[in-house]
Design a protein around this ligand. Structure first.
Ligand SMILES: Cc1cc2nc3c(=O)[nH]c(=O)nc-3n(C[C@H](O)[C@H](O)[C@H](O)COP(=O)(O)O)c2cc1C
Length: 209
């Protein structure tokens, strides 16, 4: 287990290639406890977390993810520009990993599906679940487990949520496939702060001073 928070933050990459080996329930519990430690609006805790290990449910829901990737998202990424700061080659490797996940999502031993129960489902409501999601991603990394925040199945939201068995009024905000990673954790690739941080006025670069 890694307990250096800053190291964990720097190396929590999307781990899209996973081993099928089961994940011990004690580790799943630790990840869920990290999730439910997160900030959430008014501490109302309208979050619900569906832990899915049933292969039949994963198969059914993963079909919508796969369709979204192959019919819409994959082709759009392939013909678009690489992510900021990434070479074409590096971006293509990311797309290959994303395609691998699309084709093998159902094989991840565990999914955690973070949901909100009731209310409206807007940017504001999302703010009450994504802190929990990030806590879970960081905790998975600390425990040596790979994970990816995925949302592209939401292109077929209604069908996918029916496959997940969500009741009326509950909505999912991600599918997080979890498992022991095939590859190595590594530093995340991001552009420099100077490219994205402004000081006082939009467009005025922050100097760091
Ligand atoms: C809101 C959100 C949705 C995402 N959805 C997907 C997804 O559906 N499939 C996927 O493979 N990655 C997904 N990602 C992961 C991003 O592609 C990834 O974080 C980004 O490429 C940076 O790579 P890194 O996490 O390895 O540093 C998502 C990330 C976020 C924040």
């Amino acid at each position: 287990m890694n307990t250096d928070l800053f190291e964990i933050i720097r190396t929590t990459r999307s781990m899209r290639r996973l081993k099928p080996d089961p994940v011990p329930p004690a580790l799943i519990r630790q990840i869920l406890e990290a999730g439910t430690s997160a900030a959430n609006g008014g501490n109302m805790q309208t979050w619900r977390f569906l832990v899915i290990r049933d292969p039949a449910i994963k198969q059914k829901a993963a079909a919508f993810y796969r369709r979204a990737w192959h019919e819409i998202v994959g082709p759009n990424y392939a013909k678009g520009a690489p992510a900021p700061g990434a070479s074409r080659d590096k971006f293509d490797r990311m797309l290959a990993a994303a395609e691998h996940l699309a084709d093998h999502l159902h094989e991840a031993p565990v999914w955690i599906v973070p949901c909100l129960q009731g209310g409206t489902h807007t940017r504001t409501s999302g703010s009450s679940i994504y802190p929990a999601v990030q806590n879970m991603l960081l905790t998975a990394r600390a425990l040596g487990l790979g994970a990816t925040l995925t949302t592209l199945y939401l292109l077929f939201e209604k069908d996918a949520e029916a496959a997940l068995g969500l009741p009326d009024g509950a909505h999912s905000y991600a599918i997080i496939p979890l498992g022991y990673p095939l590859g190595k954790f590594g530093p995340v690739a991001r552009t420099a702060l100077e490219d994205v941080v402004f000081a006082d006025r939009w467009g005025d670069k922050w100097s760091g001073e």
